[in-house]
Design a protein around this ligand. Structure first.
Ligand code: SF4
Length: 249
C-alpha cells in the first residue's frame, strides 16, 4: 500500500482530473506471457523480502486504506505513521470519524502540516454517511463521487481494502515502468491517460494484485528513485532498458 503506499504523491494530479476521451499512451510495450511472468515473479519475490511495513498495510480495511491514502497525499509515509495511528486510535470506525468536527480533524491532521485538508476529509466522511450508509463503497464509480477521492485513491481502496484486481499508477510507478519497459505517455498528467491505465490493468498478475501494486510502489520509491536509481539492487535490472542502455545516472 503503499495503503499501503509509502511515498509522496501529488494530491492534485492523483485526485482531480478525469480521463479524457483521447488515448495518448505513446509507447505501450508488448510483453510476452513469459516475460510478464518473469516480471511478476521478480517483483513479488523482491517485495516478500524488501516490502515496507506500515500500520495501514497490516490487515488493511477499506476505512484504514482511505484514511492512509488521504494522509499520504503530498506527505511522506514516515511522517504519516504517528498521525495515522493517532487517528485510528481516536476514531476507530468510520462512524466515529464522521461524528468529529472539522476542528477535531484539523487538530489531528496538524502534524502533517495539511490542516487545510480537514474540511475535505469532513465532507468525504459526511458523504459516506449520507450516500453509502456509513460504509466505504466498493465500486470505483461510487468512490469517485466522494470529495477528495480521485482515480488513484479509488483504485487503492478497491484493491487494498476490498481485494479487487485493479492496477495503480502514480509518478513513481510510471518512472519505474518508463525505465524498465519503455512505457511512455504524451500527457504530462499521466493519470489522465486512459491508455496508460489500460496498460497497467493489463500487466497485473492473475492473483496477488495487492502485493504486485505494493511492490511497484515500494520499488519506485526506494530503488528506482528519480535521482541516482539503485540499479545494482533492482530485481528488474537484467532486462531494464534504461540500465542496459547505459543511461547516465
Ligand atoms: S534497473 Fe535501475 S533504472 Fe531500471 S528499473 Fe531498476 S532501478 Fe530503475
Amino acid at each position: 500500500m503503499a495503503s499501503i503506499r509509502g511515498r509522496k504523491r501529488s494530491g492534485a494530479e492523483a485526485h482531480r482530473a478525469q480521463p479524457r476521451r483521447t488515448d495518448s499512451a505513446r509507447v505501450q510495450p508488448r510483453l510476452s506471457a513469459r516475460r510478464k511472468a518473469r516480471f511478476h515473479s521478480a517483483l513479488l519475490d523482491w517485495f516478500c523480502v524488501h516490502g515496507r511495513r506500515y500500520p495501514w498495510r497490516t490487515r488493511p480495511t477499506p476505512y484504514g486504506v482511505f484514511i492512509s491514502e488521504f494522509m499520504l497525499q503530498r506527505t511522506g509515509a514516515s511522517q504519516v505513521v504517528p498521525v495515522y495511528r493517532a487517528f485510528v486510535r481516536t476514531f476507530p470506525t468510520l462512524k466515529k470519524a464522521a461524528n468529529a468536527s472539522v476542528g477535531q480533524l484539523r487538530r489531528i491532521l496538524q502534524p502533517l502540516g495539511r490542516v487545510e485538508r480537514a474540511p475535505v476529509l469532513k465532507r468525504a466522511l459526511d458523504r459516506f454517511g449520507t450516500d453509502f450508509h456509513s460504509r466505504i463503497p466498493r465500486g470505483i464509480a461510487d468512490l469517485r463521487k466522494v470529495p477528495g477521492i480521485g482515480e488513484y485513491t479509488a483504485r487503492a481502496i478497491a484493491c487494498f481494502g476490498y481485494g479487487k484486481q485493479l492496477a495503480l499508477l502514480d509518478p513513481n510507478i510510471y518512472r519505474l515502468l518508463s525505465r524498465a519497459l519503455g512505457l511512455a505517455s504524451e500527457r504530462e498528467r499521466i493519470h489522465t491517460d486512459p491508455g496508460l491505465w489500460r496498460f497497467m490493468d493489463g500487466i497485473l498478475p492473475a492473483s496477488n494484485s495487492r502485493e504486485f501494486n505494493l511492490a511497484m510502489l515500494d520499488l519506485g520509491a526506494t530503488i528506482c528513485r528519480s535521482r541516482a536509481p539503485r540499479c545494482l539492487e533492482c530485481p528488474l535490472s537484467r532486462w531494464c532498458a534504461f540500465r542496459n542502455a547505459g543511461a547516465k545516472r
